[in-house]
Design a binder for this molecule. Sequence first.
Ligand code: ADP
Ligand code: MG
Length: 239
Amino acid sequence: MNDYLELQAIRKNFGNTRVLDNVDLQIREGELVTLLGPSGCGKSTLLRCIAGLADPDSGRILLEKKDLTQLPPRSREVGMVFQSYALFPNLTVRENMEYGLKMRRASKDVMRRRSEELLALVDLEDKRDAYPQQLSGGQQQRVALARSLAVQPKLLLLDEPLSALDAKIRKNLRTEIREIQKRFKMTTIFVTHDQEEALTVSDRICIMNKGVIVQDGIPEALYNSPRTEFVARFMGSYN
Ligand code: ADP
Ligand code: MG
């Protein structure tokens, strides 16, 4: 198997609550895999374990065969976008995009070239000198996406990046994210609790419930052949 990312038996408890129960997951290079499940089922915790923002109690995380499990977040080459915009409020759009490169001691030329490319990519060239609070929610999420791509991560984690946005903007932005993901062949895990969103953006969907991946497959298979009542209900197969 040519697995790019491999999660092996990831387990995580908070107190006496088992939040991740032996999660196994393999992802191929360039794939967009969606974790779809109700609030509280462990989606964010799983992403946080992959990014190094939480420690699994047991299990291993391999990226291109390299074991990340003990590495600090900075060394993992994983980018993450959250539901609420985590932009630096005191930095301009361009400075936000260049921040990660600056931390990696990139030259001014490289930073400038990369930020201009990304500003064009997310169509915000006229906002390069604006501050986050001068942007709409959708624009802020586009900056967050561009910023996470600036350091050319090996893996992109999107934790409900559209949930705080209006329905119309949400639809446009999910199409944009999918186009950018395909263009860069960026291996991506996309988290959502919205089945329509999952059906439209994903190469593959993993349905999660109570810390377990209950079914994993291409969108059509999950929709047409749900293995359990829970999956059927979640995929809207009964409509
Ligand atoms: P999801 O993203 O699917 O909504 P989470 O991963 O955020 O779910 O949370 C899964 C469960 O773990 C929830 O019951 C939540 O309350 C609990 N949880 C998450 N983070 C913590 C934490 N830092 N301390 C204690 N419990 C937590
Ligand atoms: Mg969450």
